[in-house]
Design a protein around this ligand. Sequence first.
Ligand SMILES: Cc1cc2nc3c(=O)[nH]c(=O)nc-3n(C[C@H](O)[C@H](O)[C@H](O)COP(=O)(O)OP(=O)(O)OC[C@H]3O[C@@H](n4cnc5c(N)ncnc54)[C@H](O)[C@@H]3O)c2cc1C
Length: 358
Amino acid sequence: MLYPQPVQPPKIRIQENVSLAPYTTFRIGGPARFFAEVTTEDELLEAIQFARERNLELFILGGGSNLLVGDSGFDGLVIHIAIHIATPTISSGHFINTTVAAGTDWNAFVLQICEQGISGVECLAGIPGSIGGTPVQNVGAYGQEVADTITAVRALDRDTGTFVDLSHKQCGFAYRRSIFNTTHRGRYIVTAVTFRLDRNAKPNLSYADLKRHFDGLTPTSLDVYNAVRSIRHSKGMLIVEGEADCRSAGSFFKNPIVAKSTLATIASALKLSVDKVPHWPADKGQIKLPAAWLLEQAGFHKGFALGNAGVSSRHTLALINRSNATAAEVVTLRDVIQQQVKARFNIELEQEPVQLGF
Ligand SMILES: Cc1cc2nc3c(=O)[nH]c(=O)nc-3n(C[C@H](O)[C@H](O)[C@H](O)COP(=O)(O)OP(=O)(O)OC[C@H]3O[C@@H](n4cnc5c(N)ncnc54)[C@H](O)[C@@H]3O)c2cc1C
């Protein structure tokens, strides 16, 4: 395996025993044995070289908003992606193609697009984290997914040591999935993402909350941006410093995709008729169930507390750090919820945030 050598003299500073909690939205987690912040692709190569020479495990950190770090930390090298190099936007007809560096704040990019009156990402306003983190779990909200506008992802392929440009198709996007968090987990380090936006597209109002909010009006993409942020705030899904409901990793469980026959199991457990069980159609004749509703039916209401961990008082699906919670407390709460949902409905809830150092 041939890694290209960085062309400039070494620049990166490798720090030791850096607490990871401040780098996560949960504000939980022990230290990284080694920590490097990289601002260019060359620095990324240097950091990887450092890890290879010492046979260290690597972890790639973006905004830390989909991450639960264990209390004893991580005995390897954490590479914090802080690449912010701007690339010119290319217009072609009514499309614009824009390549954005992986370390850019996602919401800042969304705002910039919406301020130009362009639609395509307005429903993804307020999602914390970096540009580079978005393709990993194909972030989605309020009727949009980032995969709708991504045309290419530039990444370092750790298997070959080369930078590659992966097409939309090669990324294998699906609901909260891509090759980056499934078949090729850990193989690619994203350094930039290319988006294609249609100047003629109208803002997406397919989601019920937004339809209700605008009630027949024709909002601009910036109006939708602001509305999404305000709805997210009311649900504790916007990071607002100091609010306990925001010390989370967003939704802690994915909406389960199950066989249609599961509706009967749930209905029978709750003594309901099948048509009272909320669900949406999914691929291959399956259905998607709202995980938040399952949690509520299993007894985990908004504001539920277990030690210093809990369920957000504004959103059933967000597990929160109520005050100085440990990762162990969050894991205990997660296990209790998963066991209870399994026992009642025979459904395995899948955790959404990535775990490090367990
Ligand atoms: C309040 C709140 C609300 C949220 N709402 C939503 C929502 O509505 N929809 C949604 O989909 N998600 C949501 N999330 C989850 C999270 O914001 C997204 O998953 C986000 O894209 C994660 O990006 P990040 O940069 O913070 O990644 P991190 O948390 O730093 O990392 C997450 C994973 O991605 C990997 N990764 C990060 N950057 C790179 C890179 N450059 N190259 C390769 N791998 C990388 C990491 O190694 C890790 O495996 C929410 C989170 C919070 C806290």
